[in-house]
Design a protein around this ligand. Structure first.
Ligand code: PEP
Ligand code: MN
Length: 336
């Protein structure tokens, strides 16, 4: 349930509404914008009638949110959420590019990729230290040693860094080394992991599960937000369909749909969506054309030797081309 206060409502008016919500054992979520204050009622809202709030002369509107993702919904929050990743805003109308290797493999490899993506204008640096591999015999990532190298590469280039968290047990060490915590597609419905990052204060990059509906994606975001962490960035990374030519099928509809359903920023990962290097640049351009908030792409100085996802990783010169072309498309559609 959402209560919208009238313009000019004083703090005491807001507190009176909050007290009424608390009296019935519910939580109140107050967000004050420049023009209006919106109060969300958290918990069992069936205890309340809308009229209880509407008879307050300082209440403008009261309505129920019928979707299961309440805090994440556009009806709860009208304005786009801008998530700060270090000093980089995501969701403010700019096109954010996250780039770097699939996995951190060594100091030389990590630094080479970091310097290359920085040179071409990436905004955030990626690198996997805990890797969710389909086979237990594949390279599993460097773990904490990898996180240290990623942090060092971030400091060297001045870029904020993102890495995946796979287990609640690793939360503290991952949070200590990164600016943005990634929850991978395979863990999108790992509810204890979602609650764990929800209790923390690091922004979260939540990837869509490979067969998750958009409602399931947003309810997963809700798990994080309901614990207190409102800094969630969504990421479409392709879904499983009957098509086998690509690794996954990139569902570009998501961007328009998510913008209707939610106020959270949405990125596209064309690397995992296609699994094919030659498709990454065209799909990144398409992402800019449909006004996604940015992309996350895999870049490796020597993809042929990559321990993970080399076939979809861009060479630095490809990444330079990607940056130039997404810039052109972003500028072209900006005011449309
Ligand atoms: C990744 O970004 O490295 C990754 C493993 O992606 P996903 O969870 O989307 O498969
Ligand atoms: Mn990968």
């Amino acid at each position: 349930m959402v209560i919208v206060m009238k313009k000019g409502a004083k703090d005491s008016d807001i507190q009176a509404v909050v007290a009424h919500i608390h009296k019935n054992g519910n939580e109140a979520d107050v967000s004050s914008g420049p023009n209006r204050t919106v109060i969300g009622v958290i918990g069992d809202t069936l205890k309340f009638e809308l009229s209880e709030f509407l008879m307050d002369p300082m209440v403008d509107k009261a309505y129920r949110i019928t979707v299961p993702y309440k805090l994440a919904s556009r009806s709860y929050k009208r304005d786009d959420t801008v998530v700060m990743v270090g000093n980089v805003p995501v969701g403010n109308g700019s096109f954010t590019v996250i780039a770097g290797p699939c996995a951190i493999e060594s100091r030389d490899q990590m630094m080479a990729a970091a310097i290359a993506v920085k040179k071409s204008g990436a905004n955030i640096l990626r690198g996997g230290a805990f890797k969710p591999r389909t086979s237990p015999y594949s390279f599993q990532g460097m773990g904490v040693e990898g996180l240290k190298l990623l942090k060092e590469a971030g400091e060297l280039t001045g870029l904020p860094v993102v890495s995946e968290l796979m287990s609640t047990a690793d939360y503290d060490v991952v949070a200590e080394h990164v600016d943005l915590i990634q929850i991978g597609a395979r863990n999108m419905q790992n509810f204890s992991l979602l609650k764990c990052v929800g209790r923390g204060d690091k922004p979260v990059l939540l990837k869509r599960g490979m067969s998750a509906t958009l409602e399931e994606l947003l309810v997963a975001a809700e798990y994080i937000m309901a614990e207190g962490n409102r800094n969630v960035i969504l990421c479409e990374r392709g879904i499983r369909t009957f098509e086998k030519y690509m690794r996954n099928t990139l569902d570009l509809n998501v961007v328009t749909a998510i913008k209707e359903m939610s106020h959270l920023p949405i990125l596209i990962d064309p690397s995992h969506a296609s699994g094919r290097r030659n498709m990454v640049i065209p799909m990144a351009r398409a992402s800019a054309a449909i006004k996604a908030d940015g992309v996350m792409v895999e870049v490796h100085a020597n993809p042929d030797e990559a321990l993970c996802d080399g076939g979809q990783s861009l060479y630095p010169e490809h990444f330079e081309e990607l940056m130039q072309s997404v810039r052109v498309v972003h500028e072209a559609v900006r005011d449309l």
